[in-house]
Design a protein around this ligand. Structure first.
Ligand SMILES: [Zn+2]
Length: 474
């Protein structure tokens, strides 16, 4: 039986062949590459990643730098003002320390504004708009790869209590600046889909409510209209990957609180995309959304948008897409034969400890990666005990896997590994005779000719070819 790996690539993103139907400036692949800040193509940005970029721009008279305050651990939170117009936009990023995609986009935006070839572009709005940027509001959380600040508090649930220095900085800046528009920049998990579609929500947008009734006042209406422009842009750049974030009123959050202060607030959430671990697709779209927003707000163009454009955006579907779906695995439990699908979470934004996430009929879910395991039966992980020195090359290791061993136990120093395949020593939290949720994604798939596929910490190793069936990184 022939098995195939299906790479989920629907709507593959093309950087170059974009037809511009909008009235806004386009950003070609080459233009973007010219202003894309180097060194930020990674999932987790810390303050030292952006400090040199800020320092480089500090000498530019276009930018007015102010130390707005500092984090609980004493790291500067910088405020950058651009333009001197009457319409004011405040954009802030990474108040959740582990959500840094838009921080990279803000660095790209600074480069875009500063670029000499964009002189006529910026001169169109510098007298109409004042833009104030607060990149990386939570540098301590960033350093710790944590959502929270160093006191363990979620800054975005601190808008009313204001117990965090970082939250107080953001509130003081907003109260002093009195922005017309607020752009609240976050990351969401990669498992959201656009409604019931199979596409991940690479960008989700929201005009947050200011009360439980989700009333629409003049300020919220403007935010919805600006999102209408954002929708038009994304429909051109990457159709089908835009969703609307959950609009439940959140009294303690900054977006909802600012909306209540009469600021037209837009939440921009960066999400996952196929073959894009570090969210560079969402980063580029953020940069484009920021550039477009400055233009649209400066000219008032957003006022042409009907609210129906906002309302037509489908909501996020939580957990609609899985990292890896293994379909049609045979399972035999006490004489009960079953066919099951198994979803794995590859933990790409954590420590890459792959886990079983779901079991059963998972045909309703999309997947970044899929594997049809038809004709193969689940076989539990089994340890090869290290009791004496063992030297392994690929062939020797594959032979042990074919014998039904999935990992090694005992004294790791006894093992000399010359194999270039994934190899597990003393893994924790393994599954037993049947797969189990939240357990280590290490087990075997066999037919009557023996073990065919080893699933090793979520990586599929084909024992016939000796090759991995998916890239080490998705
Ligand atoms: Zn967030």
């Amino acid at each position: 039986m022939q098995r195939i790996v299906i790479w989920f690539l629907a709507g593959f993103f093309s950087l170059s062949t974009v037809v511009q139907a909008m009235t806004f400036s386009s950003l070609s692949a080459q233009q973007y590459n010219n202003i894309k800040q180097a060194g930020l193509d990674k999932l987790q940005l810390v303050h030292s990643d952006i400090a040199p970029v800020l320092q480089q721009h500090q000498q530019n008279p276009l930018f007015r730098f102010t130390r707005a305050g500092e984090s609980a651990q004493g790291t500067a939170i910088w405020q950058i003002d651009i333009g001197r117009g009457p319409v004011k936009i405040l954009a802030w990023s990474q108040m959740h320390g582990d959500e840094s995609t838009a921080t990279a986009a803000l660095m790209d935006l600074l480069n875009f504004i500063a670029a000499e070839q964009n002189r006529s572009w910026r001169e169109k709005w510098l007298s109409k708009v004042t833009l104030r940027l607060l990149p990386m509001v939570n540098p301590d959380g960033a350093a710790a790869h944590s959502r929270f600040n160093s006191m363990g508090i979620d800054i975005n649930r601190d808008a009313k209590a204001l117990q965090t220095p970082e939250g107080r900085v953001l509130m003081q800046v907003a109260k002093a600046f009195k922005p017309d528009f607020g752009l609240n920049l976050h990351d969401q998990n990669r498992f959201y889909t656009v409604g019931d579609s199979a596409k991940p929500a690479t960008i989700s947008l929201l005009a947050p409510a200011f009360n439980e009734a989700k009333d629409i006042d003049a300020a919220r209406k403007k935010a919805m209209q600006l999102i209408g422009d954002m929708r038009d842009l994304l429909e051109t750049e990457l159709p089908g990957y835009l969703a609307k974030y959950d609009d439940t009123f959140s009294w303690r959050s900054f977006g909802d609180t600012f909306a209540g202060m009469g600021i037209s607030t837009v939440l921009i959430e960066s999400g996952g995309h196929p073959l894009d671990d570090t969210r560079q697709v969402a980063r580029r779209l953020n940069t484009q959304l920021l550039i477009m927003s400055i233009e649209s707000i400066g000219s008032g163009a957003y006022q042409q948008q009907p609210l129906s454009a906002y309302q037509a955006i489908p909501f996020n579907r939580d957990d609609g897409i899985k990292d890896l779906l293994l379909d049609n695995i045979s399972l035999n439990v006490n004489g009960n034969q079953a066919l099951i699908d198994v979803a794995l979470d590859l933990d790409i934004d954590g420590n890459r400890r792959a886990r079983i996430r779901d079991i059963g009929d998972l045909s309703i879910y999309a997947a970044y990666h899929k594997f049809d395991a038809g004709g193969l039966q689940y076989q539990a992980a089994k340890a090869y005990a290290l009791t004496k020195p063992l030297t392994l090359d690929n062939a020797g290791y594959l032979a042990l896997l074919r014998e039904g061993y999935s990992h090694f136990s005992g004294d790791e120093s006894l093992l000399s590994n010359h194999s270039d395949l994934p190899l597990l020593v003393n893994p924790q939290g393994l599954t037993g005779p049947t797969p189990a949720r939240y357990r280590n994604a290490t087990f075997l798939l066999a037919n009557d000719q023996g073990v065919q596929i080893a699933v090793l910490n979520g990586q599929l190793l084909d024992l016939r070819s000796g090759k991995l069936l998916q890239p080490a990184k998705i």
